[in-house]
Structure formats: C-alpha cells, structure tokens
Design a protein around this ligand. Structure first.
Ligand code: ADP
Ligand code: ZN
Length: 596
C-alpha cells in the first residue's frame, strides 16, 4: 500500500494542504503514540483521526457524545467514499445488527460509537474481536468534572488503554484550560501523550459590538451584507426569539425561532431546516447550539448581552467553521446589564456562584466598552496572546475616539445622588436632559439643581457615560433595587473632580466589519448568475440525497469554482474540496453549469 496522508488529503478530501499541525498530529498517530489535540472549533480536528484510521490496519473507533454529530460525520464521510457507520440508540436492532456485521467483515474504515454503548460488555466483546486502527475520543473535555459538559459515561473511557492495548488513542477537544487538559490526560489514562495546542484565535471571525440604540434598525443594516446567508441570532427571552423571527420574515428574510419552550417536533424541524437549507436564519435562546456543526454559518448576532466572555466566545464560535469570513456582531445596552444582574440575584444559586458570575459579567462589560483591538483582550482573557492588532474587528477598523468625560461624569453622579440613588439610567437621563415627564413631576425632580444640566449632550451619550461609569466601578447597578444606579466608594472622588476620566465615544454610522464581510469578498455583480446556478446545482444534489447542501460542497469550494472556472475534470479536481469520489458523483453536472 502506498497511500500517504498527503495523498489521502488531496485525493479523498480534495484539499491541497494540511492546516496548522494536522500533519504532525497524524504522524504521531501513525507511529502509535497517544495524543491530546486542542484546536478551536472549525480547526479541522476530524481529519486528524480520520486519516490515520484509513492508513492503519483495522477500523478506527470514534467515541462521540452527540448522536446528531455522529450522523453528520458519517454522512459527510459517505460523500467522500469512505466506509463509515455508527452505533447508537437512535437505531433499530436490525440497523445495529447490520453495522456489526459490516464491522466483523472488516468493511468499516470508521465506526462512531456513543460512550454509553461502549460501556456495555456486548459492544466491548464485539470490538475486541476486530482489529482497531485508532481510538479517537471526541469532545474529550466531557471527562472533566470542572467543565460544564461533564458526562458520566466518559469516566469509563480510561479503561480503553488496557482493553485495547497497542491501539493509539487520540483525545480531541476545542475547550480546555490548563487544568482540564491535565484532567483529560489523567482520567483517560493516556500514555505519555503528544500534546498539540493550536492557537485559540478564530481569525476569520470579525468581531463588532455596538451600543443598542434602535436594535431592529441596526439589525436590518447589519443584515444588508448577509442577504441569503445562514446565521444565528441570539436573544435572551423565548418570546423575543419568536417576535424577532416573525418580524424578520416580514422583512423578507427566512427566519425561524428556536427555544426550549417549543414542542420537540417543532424544535427538531427548525434545527433540521437550519442545517439542510442554504440561507436560513435561526433566532434562538442559548438552548440552541450544542451539537450544531454547520460549517457555513456566516454570522452570529447577539441582540442581548450573553452572560460571560466564555458564553460569548462559545456562541460566536459557531460562525465560520469552514474558515471563510464570518461576522460576530452584538448590540448591548444598560437594560441588558440590569436584566442579567436581576436574573442572577433572583436565581437560587449559592452566593459564591453568584459572585463568580457577577465577576464574569463585569469582565464582559469591560470588554464591550473597551477601545482598541477587540480580539486582543478576548484572547488574553483565555490565556492566549496576540502579537499584533488583528485588523478584523471594529476596534481595529474604526477605532473609537475618546473624550474628556470628567465633567459629564460629575453631572451624572450628582443626578444619582440628588435623586437618592433610587432610579435607573433612563430616568436619570431624562432628569439631566430636563424632560418634563410624569415621573419627573411626580417626584418633583424638576425642582432639583441637576434638572436639565445635561441638555448639552444627547441621550445616547448619557447612556454611554452611565455604562462606562459602571465598567470603571464608579457606579453600580443594584439588582436588589430593580437596577437603580447607586454610588460606590470611588464615586466621591469623581464627584469632586479629582478623577479625570476619558471615555470612549460610541462610533456612529454603520458597522465596521464590512471589509472582510463574507458577501463582499465573494460575488461580484457580474458573477451573481453563475453563483446562483452553482448553488442551485448543489441544492438539487442535496435534495436528491437528502443531505445538507454543505455536505455536497462547502461555500469555499463553490467560491473557488466561481473564481477559477474549471472547464475539465482535471481542473475541477484542483479545486479545494473536490476529491475523486465527489468528482465522480457530481463533476459532470457542475462542469456543465461552469461551461455555461
Ligand atoms: P473541528 O475541529 O471543529 O472538528 P472539522 O474537523 O469539522 O473541525 O473541520 C472544519 C472544516 O474544515 C471541515 O469542513 C473540514 O473539511 C475543513 N478542513 C479540515 N482540514 C482542512 C484542510 N487541511 N484544508 C481545507 N479544509 C480543511
Ligand atoms: Zn482587532
């Protein structure tokens, strides 16, 4: 046999080059070493065990916690002409029997198994009768009791080493702090593993954060560059996901809601459509995401603030898994902060937990209000460093200017003080602007010395001052008083004018992520017709085979076709993502589209 990793990469997977450390990881497995592979989502972990599984004698065993992901991978492998199957509880006994028969016959290159199935004596004895090439443990952080995805079944995986001696094991995960990393090695009993840590960064994701002024209008503007793109919009409440989805449909978008309160069938159907269709928007609570492996999600929007940097990074990480440009865009305002604190206060978690979560929320807020590159502090938070500013975030593309906010801060803190620390930002801004509202008259606030002293600045600036005072710790939003702003131990010095403050000016105008925005990079007007035809060709194969469009070809592959206009089979094979099997299955039709 003269196949090499490189040959499989180009001929079967259709990719010209290995990415990052893939080659070294594969080489380690081929020598029989255990390894731990840490790569961000979309980094290309699966190839790392799939290629050794195909090159070594025997069947590659992949332990995977999520049935949906298993099915996805097996479908995608089938499209590449690789013999793969899974064993899990979604199958009938007959289906399982047939998989086991194929396994015994040595027909399977890869077998995906859920961890609980592996714990049964039956599966174990079945597996001990066949040669195994490699054992891959996907989502290996599930073995860690410190993480939030702990799964009890993973604890038994430590026995794999003694059950299948001589078979290299590869633990792969996208999330692992130092502590979790050690725990994975220990609990899985990996033998002197090679450890590969890819950079945490997702350079193709453009980050942008804006103050929430008119969220629907802001969203529409953002979506201008994402017509026909698949995306996820996160909202805090179930009700809001539904109203935003309905409203988006009225605006001519294809959008569906997703939250834990929907009937299971509706939820499953909406998720299925999101995966299968080409340009659908899902409007969801955080209940949506686990197990979403769609590579061509072009944007993730947060219409409400997530609860921590961790959540933010995980949720935005669902964008751009295919490595193509994607946007992570968020709007947030004071109301979000008040609401999240309120939820935290009202939850029945312990005090330690609440304090901890409060600190995490503060870190996120501070990040939102930061000036300069956004990626740098984001990565620093996770212990990764960036040498240069990224050039692909709003902070880099449209640097926020700062202004001397010392006087403004004094005025706002005075207003807090004069109104006895009993009101939220909205009312305080009305007082500063000198508005004659009912509430102001009712409380006699129009008679205060601070009434109207802020008329020189717009309401949006006052809201921004309030947020930044909170971030700087000179004001606190008191959840016990329904979000009333209260003074802190450092407020006095600011009131006296002893603490000079420079605040960030909220950038006006459109979001600054357009430069590398997916749409712009891609299709010129004169190419639109061909692009649509390529997509239609892909969709018809997808419908015919009952698989998501991206299983046929990724966007990236279609873009290359568009740019290089291959006219022959050989030229088509040169396109990244086109291997021999896909050429045989789809080549003719795509070539006829390309020849026009
Ligand atoms: P994850 O690390 O999240 O498991 P995957 O293994 O699903 O990532 O890979 C993400 C995407 O990148 C897949 O669509 C995969 O086909 C693609 N990919 C992986 N390796 C390469 C490569 N060397 N060149 C081009 N694309 C690749
Ligand atoms: Zn940047």
């Amino acid at each position: 046999m003269n196949a090499t990793p490189k040959k499989l990469l180009t001929e079967v997977f259709g990719y010209p080059e290995f990415r990052g450390e893939q080659q070294a990881i594969i080489a380690a497995a081929l020598t029989g070493s255990d390894s731990l592979v840490l790569m961000p989502t979309g980094g290309g972990k699966s190839l790392c065990y799939q290629i050794p599984a195909m090159l070594r004698e025997g069947t590659g065993l992949v332990i995977s916690p999520l049935i949906a992901l298993m099915q996805d991978q097996v479908t995608a492998l089938g499209e590449l002409g690789i013999e793969a199957a899974f064993l899990n509880s979604s199958q009938s006994p007959d289906e399982r029997q047939s998989v086991m028969a194929r396994l015994r016959e040595g027909e399977l290159q890869l077998l995906y198994v859920a961890p609980e199935r592996l714990a049964t004596g039956h599966t174990r004895s079945l597996l001990s009768d066949v040669p195994l090439s490699i054992i891959a443990i996907d989502e290996a952080h599930c073995v860690s009791q410190w993480g939030h995805d702990f799964r009890h079944d993973y604890l038994t995986l430590g026995e794999l080493g003694s059950l299948f001696p001589g078979v290299p094991r590869m633990a792969v995960t996208a999330t692992a702090t130092d502590r979790t990393r050690k725990e994975i090695v220990a609990r899985l009993e990996l033998a002197d593993p090679d450890i590969f840590v890819a950079p945490f960064d997702r350079p193709n994701i453009a980050y942008a954060v804006q103050a929430k002024t008119d969220p629907k209008r802001q969203l529409l503007k953002f979506l201008q560059v994402h017509r026909n793109d698949a995306g996820i919009i996160y909202c805090l409440s179930r009700k809001k996901t539904e109203s935003i989805a309905t409203w988006l449909c009225q605006q001519g978008f294809d959008a569906l809601p997703y939250h834990a309160g929907l009937a299971t069938e509706v939820r499953q159907e909406n998720q299925r459509r999101f995966l299968a269709e080409d340009g659908l928007i899902i409007v969801a609570t955080i209940a949506f995401g686990m197990g979403i492996d769609k590579p061509d999600v072009r944007f993730v929007v947060h219409l409400d603030l997530p609860k921590s940097m961790e959540s933010y990074y995980q949720e935005t990480g669902r964008a751009g898994r295919d490595g193509e440009a994607a946007d992570a865009w968020m709007v947030y305002g004071m109301q979000d902060v008040v609401r999240l604190r309120q939820m935290l206060t009202e939850s029945d978690a312990g005090d330690d937990f609440k304090r901890h979560e409060g600190v995490k929320l503060d870190a996120l807020l501070g990040w939102c209000e930061g000036t300069g590159c956004r990626r740098r502090p984001l990565l620093e938070y996770f212990g990764d460093a960036l040498i240069e500013d990224c050039g692909n975030c709003d902070g880099c593309l449209a640097p926020a200017s700062t202004w001397d906010a010392t006087e403004a801060a004094r005025k706002l803190l005075s207003a807090v003080y004069r109104t006895e620390q009993r009101f939220g930002a909205a009312h305080l801004v009305d007082v500063l602007l000198g508005k004659e509202t009912d509430k102001i008259r009712q409380h006699g606030h129009d008679r205060l010395s601070v009434f109207g002293i802020g008329a020189g600045l717009p309401a949006s600036t006052w809201r921004s001052v309030a947020r930044q005072l909170i971030v700087a710790g000179h004001l606190r939003s008191d959840a016990e008083r329904f979000g009333a702003l209260v003074l802190t131990s450092t407020s006095r010095a600011v009131l006296r004018g002893d603490t000079p403050l420079r605040f960030r000016e909220d950038p006006k105008g459109p979001v600054a992520t357009a430069r590398r925005s997916a749409r712009e990079q891609v299709v010129a007007v004169e190419d639109q017709e061909l692009w649509d035809a390529l997509r239609a060709c892909r969709q018809s194969f997808a419908n015919e085979n009952d698989v998501p469009a991206y299983v046929i070809f990724h966007d990236k592959t279609l873009h290359e076709m568009l740019n290089h206009r291959p006219q022959t089979e050989a030229e088509l094979l040169d396109i990244s993502g086109v291997g021999q099997t896909k050429l045989d299955r789809y080549g003719e039709e795509f070539l006829s589209v390309l020849r026009g």
